[in-house]
Design a protein around this ligand. Structure first.
Ligand code: PMP
Length: 432
């Protein structure tokens, strides 16, 4: 089929009629599929079930340094859990604090603490006229929700194929003292699956912030989440790079086992410089006596070491890879050559980022929802839910059963075609 932009009004109208019939037929299938969030599917949850057998009433819950994990104690995590998570995110155990079940929670806490108490003795952000954050776009909606909740002004930074536009990042960070942070998902980014290049990581490490309390919020959520064993993407370790660049305190690095073991019931951590750790622990010691050590122990005894996690992630990849491939195949078969959309082909992570013609994303998501396929809301990948082009849609292939995914994507591509035809018809009308 030829590109839509080369079609006459009559050809477009004829095609629209045909596609509308197909859409009506698909609505009759009464689909009910959720592709809105990056949730692991049931088979993925099942592969971690043996973790439930690791501890029982006869287990010895003493950790390596003799601490009884059933009781209070240990603010920053069991030594063996710090070693395991440290190996996972390539950071020495002494640079880590293990928290509870959620890395997003740690990010929220970091912003909240900066608001009320400042960063390492600097003025609390709540006492400033304005605080700004840089937001590479498209990005993760829950990051943007946190900064919006605290009234922090968000500035869009376009993503390139190797990470955020660093010319812009450097300009804002070095010139504007109100810029206090940037959200980054540096590996298999949410939603584009982009891994930051060495050049980009080095430029982050060498930033010269106008604000001494500027921090890079380095959310390493997908560090282990490769889809292909022979095409793994890797990234320079940012804490090491920032230390080398004479900027040791500039990074907070976050991670969790949410999409490794059980989402919402994993182990989460922050890694950062010794100075930042001291600052954070002042708050932490007030906030809690200690996090869930039994869960930390369960994770360590189940995975044993980093090789256990690597082997486990291969099982996840074996389930996820065919799903990603199904989505990409349908996109290529149905939309290839029509010049009405573009999409990323990630090598890891949880999402496929899709762009419609400008002004079509909302309509596509609404149409798909009416026919029973729930997608992430259009606009969600931008601060304030406002995609200036109304074009980006985040596709999450993990959750629906493999057998339904093809149908869901056929419906999705149908919705993209219909919205694009309408866009072209409007443009022709405007020209006439
Ligand atoms: N960061 C990113 C980039 C994510 O995509 C997700 C999960 N969708 C999270 C954080 C949430 O992590 P956690 O469960 O550890 O809070």
């Amino acid at each position: 089929m030829k590109p839509y932009k080369e079609m006459s009004r009559e050809e477009l109208l004829e095609l629209k009629d045909e596609l509308k019939k197909q859409y009506k037929m698909m609505r009759g299938l009464n689909l009910s599929l959720d592709m809105s969030r990056g949730k692991p599917c049931i088979e993925q949850l099942d592969i971690s079930m043996e973790m439930m057998d690791i501890l029982n009433s006869s287990s010895d819950l003493t950790c390596e340094d003799g601490m009884d994990c059933r009781n209070y104690g240990v603010l920053d995590g069991l030594p063996e859990a710090k070693k395991l998570i440290g190996d996972m995110i390539e950071v020495p155990a002494e640079n880590l604090i293990i928290y509870g079940n959620s890395s997003l929670n740690i990010m929220y806490d970091a912003i909240s603490r900066s608001m009320t108490h400042g960063v390492m003795g600097s003025t609390p952000w709540c006492c400033l006229d304005k605080v700004k954050f840089l937001c590479p776009v498209p990005g993760y909606d829950r990051h943007f929700a946190i900064t919006e909740y605290f009234g922090i002004e968000m500035i869009n930074i376009p993503m390139t194929d190797e990470g955020p536009d660093m010319d812009l990042v450097e300009k804002y960070v070095s010139e504007d003292e109100m810029v206090k942070g940037i959200w980054c998902v540096p590996k298999y980014s949410n939603p584009q699956g982009i891994t930051y290049s060495d050049r980009v990581v080095k430029r982050f490490a060498r930033l010269k912030p106008a604000a001494k309390d500027f921090r890079i919020y380095w959310d390493n959520a997908y560090s282990m989440h490769h889809l292909y064993e022979d095409e793994q993407e890797n990234i320079l370790e940012i804490l090491e790079e920032s230390k080398k660049a004479g900027n040791p305190d500039i990074v907070y690095k976050f991670s969790s086992t949410s999409k490794i073991s059980f989402p919402g019931s994993g182990v989460a951590a922050i890694a950062t410089s010794p100075n930042n750790l001291v600052d954070i622990k002042k708050q932490l010691a007030i906030q809690t006596i200690g996090h869930d050590k039994v869960n930390q122990l369960r994770h360590v005894r189940y995975y044993k070491d980093i090789n256990g996690i690597i082997a486990h992630m291969k099982k996840h990849a074996d389930i996820l890879r065919p799903k990603f491939e199904t989505v990409l195949e349908v996109l290529e078969t149905e939309l290839g050559g029509l010049e009405i959309a573009s999409w990323h082909k990630p090598k890891g992570g949880y999402f496929i980022s899709f762009d419609t013609l400008n002004g079509c994303a909302k309509e596509v998501v609404e149409r798909a929802q009416k026919a029973g396929v729930k997608l992430t809301s259009a606009g969600a990948t931008y601060p304030y839910g406002k995609d200036p082009n109304d074009s980006n849609i985040r596709i999450a292939p993990s959750f629906p059963p493999a057998k339904d995914l093809k149908t869901a994507m056929e419906l999705f591509t149908l919705c993209v075609k219909l919205a694009s035809i309408e866009r072209y018809l409007t443009m022709l009308e405007e020209k006439a």
